[in-house]
Write a protein that binds this ligand. Structure first.
Ligand code: AMP
Length: 280
């Protein structure tokens, strides 16, 4: 596997490739990330990954400094699952002196995680657009674990007519249901035991929905009650929204819906979601 450190190296590498399927990451790779690479391989394209902890998507009080970094292990894992190359840009090249241009989504970026993390999605969309331009990828694979991010990237591609096919893949979970995440590494042993409650709550909501419950606020209330039983959690939000445009439900759920959650467990902010299904 080639490790491409700078933009020039990437450009030279790209010239020799046909269709490229791209998997952007922030590293500290787990099986969830690797499942995206494996899917990318089935597309029959050359698979390119990237590792970049993007400073522009972290707020001043967030965990940019402590975000896990383990490049050597990551490269080994990528090589094993068959990535052809990994692009590791440096911050100075990504954001040269005087950088002042950003991608702004005016709607979907302002709800859910966008409300708790101002500027986060502006940072995400800007770096993803730059990575698309630098890699000139044909397809890009994202995890539904970051549901709002995936939908925002799909929307950016549509709104700005970018020549990239965006693919969303299911969330990989630990045996007890906890969504795999690089941030799980920072949970204490005690916190790790509580963490699967989030998935349990999402499953309960899905069951209720499938049994006919169409009141989003009732589904959220049930989730809140479950989490209240575990004071280690501090809930940021739980909401049921439309799958396609993340619109809120003012009346009964009448379109395909997804429940999305963010909660703090100690110093770690966990997010998760589950598609509830379509009303019939
Ligand atoms: P990150 O390194 O957290 O920026 O994630 C890189 C990509 O991996 C994003 O598209 C994520 O949505 C995806 N991803 C993260 N966790 C999982 C998971 N548990 N299952 C599937 N995809 C994931």
């Amino acid at each position: 596997m080639d490790t491409l450190i700078g933009i020039d190296e990437l450009k030279t590498w790209r010239r020799g490739q046909g269709r490229v399927a791209f998997v952007p990451t922030m590293g500290a790779l787990h099986d969830g990330h690797l499942s995206l690479i494996e899917h990318a391989r089935t597309l029959g394209d050359t698979v390119l990954a990237s590792i970049f902890v993007n400073p522009k998507q972290f707020g001043p009080k967030e965990d940019f400094a402590t975000y896990p970094r383990m490049l050597a292990e990551d490269c080994e894992k990528l090589a094993k699952v068959g990535a052809a190359a990994v692009f590791v840009p440096n911050t100075a090249e990504m954001y040269p002196e005087g950088f002042q241009t950003y991608v702004i989504n005016e709607s979907m970026a302002n709800v859910l995680c966008g409300r708790s993390r101002p500027g986060h999605f502006q940072g995400v969309l800007t770096v993803v657009l730059k990575l698309f331009n630098m890699t000139r990828c044909d397809a890009a694979i994202f995890g539904k674990k970051d549901y709002q991010q995936w939908r925002l990237i799909e929307r950016m591609v549509r709104d700005l007519a970018l020549p990239v096919e965006v693919i969303g893949m299911p969330t990989l979970r630990e045996k007890d249901g906890l969504a795999m995440s690089s941030r799980n590494l920072r949970l204490s042993a005690e916190e790790r035991k509580f963490a699967p409650t989030i998935h349990k709550g999402l499953r309960q909501a899905q069951e209720k929905f499938q049994a006919g419950e169409r009141d989003a606020s009732k589904l959220c209330k049930q989730f809140e009650e479950l989490l209240k039983g575990q004071p280690a959690f501090k809930l940021d939000y739980v909401e049921v929204r439309a799958q396609d445009d993340l619109g809120a439900f003012t009346g009964p759920i009448d379109r395909a819906a997804v429940m999305l959650v963010a909660a703090h467990l100690g110093s770690v902010r966990l997010i998760d979601n589950l598609e509830l299904g379509s009303p019939r």
